[in-house]
Design a protein around this ligand. Structure first.
Ligand code: UDP
Length: 328
């Protein structure tokens, strides 16, 4: 049994590779290395550079390695970029996922785990969102992922194939052992941007929108440690391998934090009062989104271990320092 991890040289994918290899699984990573880095891939896994939509390549990997599960992370992840380049997002996230699902079905791979997103919900209000809420994404990113969920549902109905679509909330932090972390240059995600500012890699942080209908006017998100997210994928893999039914589940902590609260925590943990500037809202951003993760806890047996913002920030800072030494 070998697990194929697409996008395994990226941020979340590389943590999943660590989680798998730490428990002794055999792992093949397929990554085009456009946004990923070969040095993020655990030396215990085999890295293949290529495209997930290359049917011959994927068929060969499935056959040669006896792949029994695909964990699919490869894709584009920046909401405002998707607003500017929707067709690029539909190509990378939707069409290529279609091709990968087809390769899985043709190759007899019965277990498929998909990186979905809270962005499939759109505007929800402050209360935790359950999986049965209407799916009304407000960005091409959210739509591109929702279409992939729909394809999986239809493929699982038609073929001998099961899937888990995990809807991630805001993923942050880094491997507690310092083996991987968010390494993208020109990153846009809040905690990454803030730790860069704390370490003097940027001038400061802009708050996008201070007029949201929230407690302090800034947007609310549910920030989850990347290692807890990887652990949820292991649980989903065990669920599917054990004959469990296809499942769509939120993965977040169920705790909403405002942009200001996050920035205050990064200032406290880093002990650096980097400048913060108020700016207009950013396109495609909902005011508030928080997970109800009771389904993942009950049906997958997932229990978060690192549900603490200062810990998430500490690990993100440690990784950022590592990157600075590495690139020095
Ligand atoms: N945000 C911000 N300044 C930044 C980056 C993000 O104010 O430099 C806000 C963003 O507008 C959103 C929240 O932080 O309300 C989380 O954004 P992020 O890009 O981290 O994740 P998203 O929720 O878009 O997936």
């Amino acid at each position: 049994m070998t697990v194929l991890v697409t996008g395994g040289a990226g941020y979340i994918g590389s943590h999943m590779v660590l989680a798998l290899t730490d428990r002794g699984e055999t792992v093949v990573v397929l990554d085009n290395l456009v946004t990923g880095f070969d040095w993020l891939v655990s030396p215990s896994a085999e890295l293949v550079r290529g495209d997930i939509a290359d049917g011959d390549l994927v068929a060969g990997l499935i056959e040669r390695h006896g792949i029994d599960a695909i964990v699919h992370f490869a894709g584009s992840i920046v909401v405002p970029e998707s607003v500017a380049d929707p067709l690029g997002y539909y190509r990378n996230n939707t069409s290529k996922t279609r091709d990968l699902i087809e390769s899985a079905v043709k190759g007899g791979v019965k277990n498929f785990i998909f990186s979905s997103t809270a962005a499939t919900y759109g505007v929800t209000g402050a209360e935790p969102v359950t999986e049965d809420r209407p799916l009304l994404p407000i960005s091409p990113y959210g739509r591109s992922k929702l279409m992939s969920e729909m394809m999986l549902e239809d493929a699982a109905f038609a073929h001998d194939f099961s899937y888990a679509a995990l809807r991630y909330f805001n993923v942050a932090g880094a491997d507690p052992g310092g083996r991987s972390g968010q390494s993208t240059r020109g990153a846009t995600h809040l905690i990454k941007v803030a730790v860069e500012a704390a370490l003097g890699k940027r001038e400061g942080v802009e708050i996008f929108g201070t007029d949201y209908p929230t407690s302090d006017g800034t947007a609310i998100r549910d920030y989850i440690h990347v290692t807890d997210l990887a652990a949820a994928h292991l649980k989903a893999l065990d669920h599917l391998r054990g004959g469990g039914k296809s499942i769509v589940a939120n993965v977040g902590y169920g705790r909403g934090l405002s942009v200001r609260e996050v920035l205050d925590t990064v200032r406290e943990v880093s002990a650096v009062a980097f400048p913060v500037r108020e700016s207009p809202r950013r396109a495609g951003d909902p005011p508030s989104i928080v997970a109800d993760s009771s389904k993942a806890r009950a049906e997958l047996g997932w229990t978060p271990q690192l549900d603490d913002l200062p810990t998430i920030v500490e690990h993100a800072l440690a990784w950022e320092r590592h990157l600075m030494r590495r690139n020095a």
